[in-house]
Design a protein around this ligand. Structure first.
Ligand code: 0A1
Ligand code: ZN
Length: 889
């Protein structure tokens, strides 16, 4: 056994990582090593004496030997940068405890004890934002996945479920509001201007769902009556001054409560539901029982400061966290390898919710775009992992697009195969069977199998194999029969530095399909076929003419499809398919194959112009199709993203892809100049409202501007200035500024300065100001990013601000992939500087450099060198170290 797989855990807690190991010996946690906990903690009482830079915690754990455990007498309590101030067993002070790395070990004879532990924390010094930390004078917690161990010593694993009683005391002026999970049972005044509150959560939960918030907050109060008549008080807590921007979140919350009752039969189970908005937060939001903590960006919105996209994201995230109350909280995960059990399922639920609240077609297209932009590259890169990973070093690195978004696609496929009613029977059975338990992905699959009456034997491979299946289709029409010859390959994931999967088995791929008669333009109904062999023939009789094949309709399977066919078939589908996603897909394919050919140098001038003409014709058909609404029209006019185009090449040249994509955009901007101008005029006349027509108009407004900016910059500039000045909402204003930020001239500087002054002090809008510049097409973007990093508004301590500047830059191919290698250096420097402050956020930037193997050799060498520079840092966090070593391979 090599040192990389050294089994350094004691048997009583195989799920727990030790102290950060030296770089040469990473501790690998393996799914196969799961053992039940030796001790359970049915109850815990926590007492917090709160202070921003000194909080004293007293934890009383009622521990009981687990009858299903291994009988070990050692109780392992995980810690992370904690020192015990006092330890008592059954009320008696003890000093025979010992530390094993960061963990506290106690020898306990017998069956049950009360263990009391006191710890002392400094929330103000907690820049990692895990555990208890301070944010703008308030105190809050983040415990998923392993943050509770930064508050007190505890068996920090999701299969230990406890009821929580929480007492908080602190200065009443600094912390007038004291919140925790469950219900508030008592409050009172203390000495010296202090006060206290006691909360009790009757639902047993793992410690990752614990939360506490203390601060000077105000709330939007409302209520919801559940279908069985329970009246639930709803509060959305924000800092003073932000309360006017909470109504959309509140509406979304009430819609979520209702929707989960109707769509999944799930009702809320407490009398109180609190949401708190925090501006310093590593992720989007957190589903703590009865006390969801949110990044402000997923709560605060009004038309002047939030775009239509922001509104949609708020609705989706509010839904997501609320839906976790069942998929995650009532039924939780046995261990962190099962993360997709709650996340994949909850993403599917939030996607279905958003689809029902708006346009299902547009929502599906957006979700597929996210999957292709974020998950496909992950699946084909050095960090590929199955939706249920087999090993990890740092669990924070596995909150990925694979676990979340591919996880959702996998469950969606079960639903497609079962149909909605049978799928619902499956989820009902799952919730019934596992309520109150810490379950596994296998439990979920079994419940769907039993409840929906599906055989999922082979389907389980979707849980264990990484990689996006590649499907090839060859159509053969003879007499009146169409034969589709299909093959599937799940590419080997070599996963350098991790555990590779060189051999893959075929998976069941449900493909929705329709065969269009090319003369009548109709089909005889949608069918579902399941490709479950490596090679398979599907025969369709009764087609005297070769039909036009519409396949993977609705994106019924998360696969890549190769299907050579004439451009005219794609033009037909782009204009006529009755499946909205398939229409979008035909349009994308038309552009993708054109750009692949151009980038590959496979088209002469004439052929290129002919193909551009065909694309313009398809665009024209979309622009003037009276059956389309503007939201959908906008989807059909989006060019495929550079990242998705790069995925089509084994080794990509990002500069060539960028240049050709821009060239096509400029050509379309110029050739269709009048159309874009007419469109811009038409949609500019629509007054602001949040209805679908007005949102569609705004989407097209900025799209028209962007095409004009590429093909007719002078015209675009004039229009963008007017759009910026006249804007009565952030969607229009941000769109206009985005276009101006990519152009040169005094107008650019004036607009940026105006925007900054207008929104000074509004952190979420200032984030946009950073992002627009870092993501811009301006030739001096590298210089701008370096300057912005020195701007007084920039800080490394706020993850939103860091992401605003550097994530926007890392996905900006023009800057990031600059030939000089400067872009890589900017991200490399960022990772090294951010790691000591916030390792979780720093690690999220590694994958952009990690894709070097799929980039042309000169840039690949520069990217690799940057990773090596990071790897050479003497004391990297486990988070960054895992990502960097796997990326170097
Ligand atoms: N469970 C949350 C995601 C989440 C995970 C880790 C966090 O720690 C910083 C925060 C949030 C969700 O799916 O929304
Ligand atoms: Zn989630």
């Amino acid at each position: 056994m090599d040192i990389a797989s050294r089994p350094s855990e004691t048997p009583e807690n195989p799920q727990t990582a030790d102290a950060a190991p030296p770089p040469q010996a990473p501790l690998i946690i393996r799914r196969q090593d799961y053992l039940p906990p030796a001790w359970l903690v049915p109850e815990i009482a926590l007492d917090f004496a709160l202070g921003l830079d000194a909080t004293h915690v007293t934890a009383k754990l009622n521990v009981r030997r687990n009858p299903d455990g291994n009988g070990a007498s050692v109780l392992r309590l995980n810690g992370d940068q904690l020192a015990p101030v006092a330890v008592r067993i059954d009320g008696q002070a003890v000093n025979d405890w010992r530390l094993d790395g960061p963990d506290l070990l106690l020898d306990l004879p017998g069956e049950a004890h009360q263990v009391t532990i006191e710890t002392q924390l400094n929330p103000a010094a907690n820049s990692q934002l895990m555990g208890l930390y301070a944010s703008h004078g308030m105190l809050c917690t983040q415990c998923e996945a392993e943050g509770f161990r930064r508050i007190t010593f505890f068996p920090d694993r999701p299969d230990v479920l406890s009821t929580y009683r929480v007492r908080m005391s602190g200065d009443k002026a600094a912390f007038p509001i004291l919140l925790s999970n469950g219900n508030c049972e008592a409050t009172g005044e203390g000495p010296d201007g202090t006060h206290w509150a006691e909360w009790y959560d009757p639902w047993p939960k793992p410690c990752y769902l614990f939360a506490l918030v203390a601060g000077d907050l105000v709330a939007n109060h409302d209520s919801f009556t559940t279908r069985s008549g329970r009246e639930v008080a709803l509060n959305i807590w924000v800092r003073k001054g932000d309360e006017g921007r909470t109504q959309h979140a509140m509406d979304s919350l009430k819609h979520s409560f209702r929707w989960d009752e109707e769509a999944f039969g799930r009702e809320y189970d407490l009398d109180l539901f609190n949401v708190v908005a925090v501006s310093d937060f590593n992720m989007g939001a957190m589903e703590n029982k009865g006390l969801n903590v949110f990044n402000t960006r997923y709560v605060l919105a009004d038309p002047d400061t939030a775009t239509d996209g922001d509104y949609d994201a708020i609705e989706g995230v509010i839904g997501h966290e609320y839906f976790h109350n069942w998929s995650g909280n009532r039924v939780t995960c046995r261990d962190w390898f099962q993360l997709s059990l709650k996340e994949g399922f909850t993403v599917l639920r939030d996607q279905m919710f958003s689809a029902d609240m708006g346009s299902p077609a547009v929502k599906r297209i957006e979700d597929v775009r996210v999957l292709r932009a974020a998950q496909f590259p992950e699946d084909s890169g050095p960090l590929a992992h199955p939706i249920r990973p087999d090993s990890y070093q740092e669990i924070s690195n596995f909150y990925t697009a694979t676990v979340y978004n591919k996880g959702a696609e996998v469950i969606r496929m079960m639903r497609t195969m079962a149909g909605p009613e049978r799928f619902r029977a499956g989820t009902d059975l799952y919730f019934d069977r596992h309520d109150g338990e810490a379950a596994t992905c296998e439990d979920f699959v079994k419940a769907i199998e039993d409840g929906a009456k599906l055989d999922l034997t082979q389907f389980r491979r979707w849980y264990s194999q990484a990689g996006t299946p590649q499907v090839s289709i060859v159509a053969d029409h003879r007499d009146d029969t169409l034969v589709l010859n299909m093959t599937q390959v799940v590419p080997a994931t070599l996963n350098h530095g991790g555990e590779g999967q060189p051999e893959k088995q075929p998976v069941p791929i449900p493909l929705k399909l329709a065969l269009f008669d090319r003369e009548t333009g109709t089909h005889r109904g949608e069918q579902l076929i399941v490709l479950d062999q490596a090679e398979q023939r599907f025969v369709f009789e009764g087609h005297s003419r070769p039909p036009i094949v519409s396949i993977n309709r609705g994106f019924s399977a998360p696969v890549a499809i190769e299907f050579e066919r004439p451009a005219k078939d794609l033009v037909f589908l782009a204009a006529k398919d009755d499946d909205a996603f398939a229409r979008y897909e035909a349009m994308q394919s038309l552009v993708v194959r054109h750009l692949i050919a151009v980038v590959g140098g496979n088209l002469d001038e004439r052929a290129r112009n002919a193909e551009r003409g065909a694309i313009a014709e398809a665009f024209g058909a979309v622009l003037f199709d009276p059956t389309l609404d503007d939201l959908m029209r906008g989807e059909l006019l989006i060019l495929p993203a550079e990242g998705y185009l790069a995925e089509q090449f084994l080794v990509a040249d990002p500069a060539a892809i960028h240049a050709e994509r821009e060239a096509l955009k400029a050509w379309l901007g110029d050739a269709m100049k009048d159309d874009w101008q007419d469109l811009h005029d038409r949609v500019s006349a629509a007054p602001y409202s949040r209805d679908a027509a007005a949102r569609g108009a705004r989407k097209l407004k900025t799209q028209a501007l962007a095409y004009l900016a590429a093909g007719a910059p002078a015209e675009a500039k004039t229009r963008a200035i007017v759009q910026y000045r006249k804007a009565d909402n952030m969607t229009d204003r941000q769109g206009a500024l985005m276009v101006l930020a990519g152009l040169d001239g005094a107008e650019r500087e004036e607009a940026l300065a105006d925007f900054h002054a207008r929104y000074a002090g509004n952190a979420l809008v200032i984030d946009k100001w950073f992002s627009l510049q870092a993501g811009s097409l301006h030739p001096k973007v590298l210089e701008h990013v370096r300057q912005l990093a020195e701007h007084p508004d920039f800080t490394m301590n706020n993850p939103n601000r860091v992401r605003a500047l550097y994530m926007a830059f890392a996905v900006n191919a023009k800057g990031f992939h600059a030939a000089s290698g400067e872009g890589y250096k900017i991200i490399g420097d960022l990772i090294r500087r951010l790691d000591p402050i916030n390792p979780q956020t720093a690690a999220r930037f590694v994958p952009s450099l990690g894709r070097w193997r799929r980039i042309e050799p000169k840039r690949a060498a520069q990217m690799r060198a940057e990773l090596e520079r990071i790897a050479a840092e003497p004391s990297l966090s486990r988070d960054v170290l895992e990502q960097v070593t796997k990326s170097l391979g």
